[in-house]
Write a protein that binds this ligand. Structure first.
Ligand SMILES: [Zn+2]
Length: 252
């Protein structure tokens, strides 16, 4: 059975959370959480988020939804404010599994160059008190601290979410997989090909030796396929040019 992760996205809708330096916490939290979800889903993990858009989403609703989902782990995404710098994570006192997850996330966040204020145990957060799964509450950085410079762009916030996901994957024992490489470019027509390959490929098309596969895929050649055809045609041309016209079948 697939691993299940619940991601609580702090604040939302009428509750913006903290605000500083042009950053609004509810938006930052959502960007980080969406990136985290995408990485986990890519690795075959089932994920439910408390919200995927900017809408009202109280912590009571989050906890109810999380407990109904019965995930293996629950992560609540927040951003800090109030003076300071650095990541910090909270767990409910006595939950060794939650601490292990928090430490793995912390390590991945620090690999981004972010400092950490540590993994702390507290019973003061409703989220940690009421969630039945091992739960971690992450404060990625301070919106009003110098470290907001590290996480102000969408790319930087995506990197933070990826770090959270890596910490979860490590905890679940799932190996990290790079993104699948982008599909190799395929050329549909002679005109799309690099100029040096065009004459030979055009000649092959004109002779009828090379035909397209039809439809919008046309010739459907990769660069390597086109080069091989060019070399092969050159070889055939050389052979034809050196073939003696006098070459006759041997005497019968
Ligand atoms: Zn918050």
């Amino acid at each position: 059975m697939a691993n299940k992760i619940f991601i609580g996205v702090g604040h939302g809708g009428a509750d913006p959370g903290a605000r500083a330096n042009g950053l609004v916490e509810k938006d930052v939290n959502l960007a980080v959480a969406l990136a985290m979800r995408d990485v986990l889903v890519r690795h075959g993990v089932a994920v439910r988020m408390s919200r995927t858009t900017d809408k009202d989403d109280t912590v009571q609703q989050e906890v109810a939804e999380c407990n109904a989902y019965q995930p293996d782990y629950a992560v609540e995404v927040h951003s800090n404010a109030g003076g300071g710098t650095g990541f910090e994570a909270y767990t409910y006192p006595g939950s060794a599994r939650a601490v292990a997850l928090a430490r793995n996330i912390e390590r991945q966040v620090m690999a981004l160059g972010q400092t950490s204020r540590g993994v702390k145990q507290t019973s003061r957060f409703y989220w940690l008190r009421k969630t039945t799964a091992p739960a971690v509450l992450c404060e990625g950085f301070f919106l009003d601290g110098a470290d907001h410079q590290k996480f102000r762009t969408p790319e930087q916030q995506q990197a933070l979410g990826t770090a959270y996901a890596r910490g979860v994957l490590q905890t679940l024992g799932i190996a990290w997989q790079q993104d699948a490489p982008a599909a190799e470019k395929r050329y549909a027509t002679v005109d799309e090909l690099p100029a040096d390959l065009r004459p030979a490929i055009q000649a092959l098309v004109d002779s009828g030796a090379l035909r397209g596969v039809g439809g919008s895929r046309g010739l459907d050649l990769t660069y390597d396929m086109a080069r091989m055809l060019v070399v092969s045609k050159r070889y055939t041309d050389i052979e034809a040019a050196t073939m003696r016209p006098a070459a006759q079948p041997p005497d019968q």
